[in-house]
Design a binder for this molecule. Structure first.
Ligand code: SAM
Ligand code: DTB
Ligand code: SF4
Length: 334
């Protein structure tokens, strides 16, 4: 049974630190127990990403292969044609995704580009998919335009703690991020907001980032937890890799702080073992990106994910009309 007492917006730093300090198995048990009050067990929501405008971003996010400031070999690509985006969305739907997320390497969208993205959103929604976009900072009017086009979710990550933010990005502030999130909420869209683990932050930074998310006026409906994908040429390439147990702890604490939200095991899965991913699901992750690409970097192959789902007895959430053929096979076998 769910209780309002689980959904809090007044978490104190010491309470969150105490969660990180729990014995690992106590933390996992608590996270999975709470998870089952709010979500169907063994069920994972599937999103697919498409980079609709790639590279040459003016921002200086130290993790990002798409910043114009770093030589990462990412080929810049102008905003895609609507038809090509719709084709990709249809393929994602037919492969079992229920949400399609369109990402653009912008600081913020420009007028005429936003009109084109609005058209893409309407057409992707008409396929019966939930729509998500991540286009950088928005003003009120832009948020409303996206909402009117049928955008369900807007992804805009805080990425790390307020204190550590300036070490990672200097071209905008943490408050700029919060301001956009407020406009997204005010326009009536669901918020997808999370961050990255493995950028040299401390556990206390991770706790502070999650506290920011949990103490927002509403919990983000979707909370992507990314493990840094180290891309040669970015300033963060060569960072010390995050220990898998510490990554799983971050997922578990996110689950406990935001029990009703979808917590997405996001970027970084190609660098994780199946066992680490299984622990993430045990810790309360119930969403992934499927498809062999994220935006510019790789993601596990469909075959690998299907085998992992089969071995763990996981099923896709609300799969579209019919489950994809391979997932039907999973259901029949069980
Ligand atoms: N330009 C927009 C923005 O920054 O909001 C949208 C696209 S941006 C690529 C979306 C998110 O991807 C970032 O906020 C960051 O959390 C994540 N991201 C980017 N590069 C990453 C990397 N190398 N590893 C993990 N996550 C990454
Ligand atoms: C999020 O939190 N992770 C996704 C999505 N939101 C847009 C992006 C991950 C990007 C990883 C690096 C790349 O592929 O360029
Ligand atoms: Fe640009 Fe977004 Fe990459 Fe930052 S994370 S450099 S804003 S594409």
């Amino acid at each position: 049974m769910s209780t309002q007492a689980d959904i809090r917006h007044d978490w104190r730093p010491d309470e969150i630190q105490a969660l990180f300090d729990l014995p690992f198995l106590d933390l996992l048990l608590r996270a999975q127990t709470l998870h089952r009050r709010y979500h169907a067990p063994n069920t994972v929501q599937i999103s697919t990403l498409l980079s609709i405008k790639t590279g040459a971003c003016p921002e200086d996010c130290k993790y990002c292969p798409q910043s114009i400031r770093y030589d990462t070999g990412v080929e810049r690509e102008a905003l895609m044609d609507c038809d090509a985006v719709v084709d990709a969305a249809r393929a994602a739907r037919d492969a079992g995704a229920t949400r399609f997320c369109m990402g653009a390497a912008w600081r913020s969208p420009k007028g005429k580009d936003l009109v084109r993205v609005a058209e893409m959103i309407s057409e992707v929604k008409a396929l019966g998919l939930e729509t998500c976009a991540t286009l950088g900072m928005l003003d009120e009017q832009q948020a409303q335009t996206l909402r009117d086009a049928g955008l369900d979710y807007y992804n805009h990550n805080v990425d790390t703690s307020e204190d550590f933010y300036g070490e990672i990005i200097t071209t905008r502030t943490f408050q700029d991020r919060l301001d956009t999130l407020e406009r997204v909420r005010a326009a009536g869209m669901s918020v997808c907001c999370g961050g990255i683990v493995g950028m040299g932050e401390t556990v206390s930074d991770r706790a502070s980032m999650l506290r920011t998310l949990a103490n927002l006026p509403e919990h983000p409906q979707s909370v992507p937890i990314n493990q840094l994908v180290q891309v040669p040429g970015t300033p963060l390439a060569g960072s010390e890799a995050v220990n898998p147990i510490d990554f799983v702890r971050t997922i578990a604490v996110a689950r406990i702080l935001m029990p009703a939200s979808h917590v997405r095991l996001s970027a970084g899965r190609t660098d994780m073992s199946d066992e680490t991913q299984a622990l993430c699901f045990m810790a309360g992750a119930n969403s992934i990106f499927a498809g062999d690409r994220l935006l510019t970097t790789g993601n596990p192959e469909a075959d690998h994910d299907q085998a992992l789902f089969r071995r763990l007895g996981l099923r896709p959430e609300g799969a579209h009309e019919q489950p994809p053929r391979d997932m039907q096979a999973v259901a029949l076998e069980r």
